[in-house]
Design a protein around this ligand. Structure first.
Ligand SMILES: Cc1cc2nc3c(=O)[nH]c(=O)nc-3n(C[C@H](O)[C@H](O)[C@H](O)COP(=O)(O)O)c2cc1C
Length: 223
């Protein structure tokens, strides 16, 4: 066989083998699942880390949403960090060095399962993971005017799940830049992550994200 066709055949076989190697395993409805694309991306990142001195650490952005606001801000975060944002579907984060996770708040005043999204199905599972050594930051979407006394309550619950798993939590934000009544997500004057209000203050979202990404870099998120 001539050199060029032989190389083409070799490339095809290698690509097929990589795809087979990266194929996801199928778990039960509530168990950890990995999409085919993200499984392939993670495998490639891990391969890169193992075979290059200069490879970047792997960080994933995950969001869940009802009406699209949290997806919109996750996309902006992705743009600001050069990462991709994924709709959370039970991933176990095992191949990642860092996680940026976002939720809205829909279940007003609830003690548990406040986001009203897929996160609620997995919070108890996430608490059981071993995420020691991983850096995690959370963000949330809420409405500081219509739901002033429960502003971004879901943020604390998501934060606490990752914290219970042993992750190093970063990205706390001073409350002084926000106008609201009460929030379960504020401790000692700081939100436990980045609150965003697409309903009333979407004109501030870009600046808030830009500042937060710089803060995360300074606090050890491997971006
Ligand atoms: C029925 C309902 C309940 C809500 N409860 C809260 C709440 O308790 N706290 C809050 O900050 N925002 C609350 N919101 C506002 C949403 O969290 C906000 O619009 C958010 O951006 C929605 O995000 P999503 O589009 O990603 O689902 C509520 C909105 C609705 C319609």
């Amino acid at each position: 066989m001539a050199k060029a066709p032989r190389f083409a055949v070799f490339s095809l076989v290698a690509a097929f083998a990589l795809l087979r190697w990266s194929a996801p395993s199928f778990a039960g409805a509530r168990g950890p699942k990995v999409s085919f694309q993200s499984a392939l991306q993670q495998k490639l990142k891990v391969f890169g880390r193992q075979n290059s001195c200069t490879a970047r650490a792997a960080v994933g952005i995950f969001y869940a949403t009802q009406t699209g606001n949290t997806e919109t801000v996750a996309s902006k975060l992705a743009e600001a960090t050069g990462l991709e944002a994924s709709d959370y579907d039970g991933e176990d984060f095992s191949d990642l060095d860092g996680v940026i996770a976002g939720c809205p708040t829909w279940n007003t005043g609830a003690d548990e399962y406040r986001s009203g999204t897929t996160w609620d199905d997995y919070l108890d599972t996430i608490k059981e993971y071993d995420l020691k050594g991983k850096v995690v930051a959370v963000f949330g979407c809420g409405d500081s005017q219509s739901y002033a006394d429960n502003f971004c309550d879901g943020l604390e619950e998501l934060h606490n799940a990752f914290q219970a798993a042993g992750a190093k939590m970063v990205g706390y934000v001073d409350e002084t830049g926000y106008s609201y009544g009460e929030s379960k997500s504020v401790k000692d004057g700081k939100f436990l992550g980045l609150p965003l209000d697409e309903d009333n203050e979407d004109d501030q979202t870009d600046d808030r994200i830009a500042a937060w990404v710089e803060q995360l870099k300074g606090e050890g998120m491997p971006l």
